[in-house]
Design a protein around this ligand. Structure first.
Ligand code: 0A1
Ligand code: ZN
Length: 865
């Protein structure tokens, strides 16, 4: 029998800790099978603590060797020890202030969950967010307990690292001191045979900082880009937010076994090696892009997350939404801003809108959770970032900066809430943000619709908002929606320079004088007007702009806002695909418009590549569902293919010309300009292969001098059926873990749907398939669930069974990654009754497992509900 469901933790039940920590001293004697951790923690009673005054320490999977209070050893009668922690009753405490000492033993080599202290490829490393520190020693493992840490590491391994500044070291030991009070989730320790790629940075006030990226020997020549990104991030945060780095050293360590992307531990960031290591031969432009933005993200956390942290885990968006927003701003400043915005919105729609539309929908600030690790979601991160962007748009860039200055001034060193954050904005800008706060407390994606008419020389525009119900929230209140807009004439003349209107009630009516607008634009009064709404995607909503096909073709050709130009094309493509799905043929006018756009050489090549990209199969499934249809993944796949063929035929001369013109030459640089050219060139290659056969892809693959081109050739050849290509790629790259992740994934993602499950299954028998490595697991299993939707949704249910089998197996080793991968099932209600029965059968089979983790059982229960 499965264990009884654990009780949810609720925001409403928050109470301050009974004790605060003044200082922590930790000593680690490292050994893979028996690491000893000694702790000495200075506590004092918290005057604000509403609790009973007991000392409550979290602790899991710890073997308690000894403990003492103010030097007096405790016996088992002095405390209560449970699998979750240890409590010393108030009456056994020496007074309001005291020192707790303990020694525990832990088993890092057996820690396959990769939370707490674990081993990876011969090194020791930690991951403590959200609640991993309790697997290292007994401690109040909650973010509102902040303290300075001193750490001593004893080990024969040559490199011994922890947070803060190096204090002292000798043969077999090192000491570190972190003067900045921090919560335990930011603790980190690394020990290993590592080499550094080093550099230095001088901060705005002239302080010298040593920068190191630590990797396994042999990888040190793959760190230059991450180091460059780090230095640019440090400078950018000084220039744009006035934030200076605050320690003498900044260390980054690359680890092969890591559940997430990276972690912002104070002064010692730990990264999934995939987001650090890059060389032109092994990493794609997209990998470089990720490295840049993740390095920036983790660095920016130093102020938004570390110096100011979260009071409790419900406030996660306080650090994550803001830090994602900041890394998006950095990328927009570094690369092309419109391209960055389009890519951010593509991600938001693919992951967050999908989440909001299904059983896992939750507030940006959730009200309750069972397992906090399940709430590191697109809603908390990406929608959280959108809320900051809206706030900035509403108050303006200057007031935003003033509010941020005040936030850092007022709350430095504190653990804060969304209320604290909004109060700063209210105080600095004099605005009432109580309605804006609904964005944090209501789930679901608002729908905005527009209707308008031109009569007697005036345009009447009506905007309305609607908030569909989500699980547990049947009724919702209107939110504050900034709608950036312009107006165009049918010839594409700009009638109204961009303006932002605020839709904060159920509806808003606007009225424009066409004569006046025409006069200002020096044109005759038009008898038709095209609103360009939600420019720059000014709010995370689903817009029904009510535009005809002709209107959208005008926007695609002329909208001065690049986002809405792209959006017009995207919506035409989606509509065309939906029509083709029900037997229609594509409108040649769309291809003509695309052809003209592709020929606009002054347009960024990356922007043109984005305009050429089709909505994904998952987008189409959602669009079909929204239109009241039951999506058929097999038909969607075939339709998308047919559209690619039609596009390739219609655009063939243009694509062939672009393929030749966009060759950036052999000297590789990951910069935006070259990457843009490769993106457009490789899009042309893939489309042309649909009608030309494999010759061009073969030559492309053979001539490739970088992984971007090589993988484009490889995946195209996989699809055109080159029988030997997988073996050739394997033989070339079998010793490179990160490239082999691509090999595993590509074969599944680019398989014909009817073969995808069999190929994925065969790959799980490959000697290099190490399923305990999260990257490798995600390559194959995620390659199917995300990369090959038609294969995953095979009508036989084989894809669902395959996923369920692997989730059950992985859950016993690594619940966090298993739970995360289970979101592949979140869209089950979209599908036909047969598929629904197969998916719910798979979910029920998982739910019935003995000893299922809290992580996976919560997910399965929520998805199934
Ligand atoms: N805070 C990190 C990512 C992270 C989140 C959760 C983790 O375990 C549950 C681990 C890392 C970031 O935002 O980069
Ligand atoms: Zn983050």
């Amino acid at each position: 029998m499965k264990d009884a469901s654990p009780q949810p933790i609720r925001l409403a039940d928050y109470h301050p800790p009974s004790h605060l920590v003044e200082a922590v001293e930790l000593t680690f004697r490292l050994a893979p099978r028996g690491t000893r951790v000694r702790s000495k923690i200075r506590f004092r009673a918290n005057p604000a603590g509403l609790e009973n005054g007991n000392l409550r320490l979290d602790g899991e999977n710890l073997r308690l060797v000894s403990c003492a209070l103010d030097g007096t050893p405790l016996t088992a009668l002095d405390y209560l020890l449970t699998p979750e922690g240890l409590t010393v009753p108030a009456e056994r405490l020496p007074g309001p202030s005291f020192t707790w000492e303990a020694e525990v033993e832990i088993d890092p080599a057996d820690n396959t969950a990769l939370e707490g202290l674990y081993t990876s490829g011969g090194m020791f490393c930690t991951q403590c967010e959200a609640e991993g520190f309790r697997k290292i020693t007994f401690y109040p493992d909650r973010p509102d307990v902040m303290a300075p840490f001193t750490v001593r590491i004893e080990s024969d391994l040559p490199i011994l690292l922890s947070n803060g500044n190096p204090a002292a070291s000798g043969p077999g030991w090192a000491e570190w001191h972190d003067p900045w009070p921090k919560p335990a989730y930011l603790f980190a320790l690394v020990a290993g045979d590592l080499v550094a790629h080093s550099d230095r940075f001088t901060t705005m006030s002239g302080r010298d900082v040593a920068l190191n990226i630590w990797v396994r020997p042999g990888d040190e020549d793959k760190c230059a880009y991450a180091m460059d990104a780090l230095k640019r991030s440090m400078r950018w945060d000084e220039e744009v937010y006035g934030r200076e780095y605050d320690l003498d050293v900044f260390n980054i360590v690359a680890v092969d076994d890591f559940n997430m992307g990276a972690m912002e531990n104070k002064g010692l960031n730990i990264f999934n090696s995939k987001y650090v290591l890059a060389s032109p031969e092994t990493a794609t432009d997209r990998d470089y892009d990720f490295i840049e933005s993740i390095v920036a993200h983790e660095y920016f956390h130093n102020w938004t997350g570390n110096r100011i942290t979260c009071r409790d885990w419900f406030q996660l968006c306080l650090k994550e939404g803001l830090t994602v927003f900041r890394d998006q701003q950095f990328s927009a400043d570094t690369r092309s801003a419109p391209v960055q915005r389009i890519e951010d919105v593509l991600q938001l729609r693919a992951r967050q809108f999908r989440e909001d539309a299904g059983p896992l929908a939750h507030n940006v600030r959730p009200d309750s959770y069972v397992e906090i690790n399940n709430f590191y979601t697109a809603t908390v991160y990406e929608k959280g970032a959108e809320l900051i962007g809206m706030l900035r748009r509403i108050v303006g860039a200057q007031e935003y900066r003033a509010a941020l200055d005040e936030y850092f001034r007022r709350h430095d060193g504190q653990a804060c809430t969304i209320e604290d954050w909004l109060a700063v904005f209210e105080d600095v800008t004099g605005r009432d943000l109580s309605q804006f706060k609904r964005w944090y407390t209501q789930a679901g994606t608002p729908r905005v619709s527009a209707e308008w008419q031109v009569a007697e020389g005036r345009l009447h525009l009506r905007l309305a908002q609607e908030l569909p119900p989500t699980p547990g929230q049947p009724l919702k209140e209107p939110v504050v929606i900034p709608v950036a807009m312009g107006l165009l004439s049918p010839e594409g003349a700009e009638l109204l320079p961009e303006t932002t209107v605020i839709l904060d009630g159920p509806e808003l009516t606007l009225d424009f004088d066409l004569d006046e607008m025409a006069r200002r634009a020096c044109i005759a009064r038009p008898d038709h007007v095209i609103p360009s709404l939600l420019r720059g995607f000014s709010a995370p909503v689903i817009l029904d702009a009510g535009l005809s096909r002709a209107d959208r073709l005008v926007l695609l050709a002329h909208d001065p806002d690049p986002f809405n130009r792209w959006e017009a094309g995207r919506s035409l493509m989606r509509e065309t695909l939906m029509e083709m799905l029900t037997g229609g043929a594509p409108d040649p006018a769309l291809f003509d418009a695309l052809d003209r756009l592709l020929a606009e050489d002054r347009l960024d090549a990356a922007f043109r590549a984005l305009c050429l990209a089709l909505p994904s199969e998952d987008d189409m499934a959602q669009a079909a569902h929204d239109a009241g249809l039951v999506p058929d993944p097999t038909a969607i796949h075939a339709t998308r293919r047919a559209m690619q063929v039609a596009m390739a035929r219609a655009l063939q001369p243009r694509l062939a010309a672009l393929y030749d013109a966009m060759d950036p030459g052999p000297a590789y640089s990951p910069d935006a300009d070259q990457a843009a050219k490769r993106a457009l060139r490789n899009s042309a290659l893939t489309l042309l292969a649909r009608i030309e056969g494999p010759a061009r892809a073969k030559a492309h693959y053979a001539a490739a001098t970088n992984m971007t081109d090589e993988i484009a050739g490889f995946t195209t050849l996989l699809e055109t059926g080159d029988p030997d290509i997988a073996r050739r790629f394997h033989d070339r790259w079998k010793d490179d873990r990160l490239v082999m992740d691509k090999w595993f994934m590509a074969q599944v993602a680019h398989a014909a749907p009817e073969q995808a499950v069999a190929i994925a299954r065969a790959l799980t028998d490959h000697p290099l398939f190490d399923w305990t490595n999260p990257n490798r697991f995600r390559s194959v299993i995620g390659g199917l669930t995300s990369g090959n939707p038609a294969g995953f949704h095979d009508p036989s249910g084989a894809g669902y069974r395959f996923l369920a089998d692997w989730l059950i197996r992985l859950d016993a080793k690594n619940p966090q990654t298993a739970a995360r991968m289970s979101t592949a099932f979140e869209t089950w209600r979209r599908y036909d009754a047969d598929r629904q029965a197969l998916i719910t059968g798979a979910l029920d089979r998982i739910a019935a497992q003995d000893g299922l983790s809290r992580d996976l059982s919560e997910m399965v229960e929520r998805i199934r509900a």
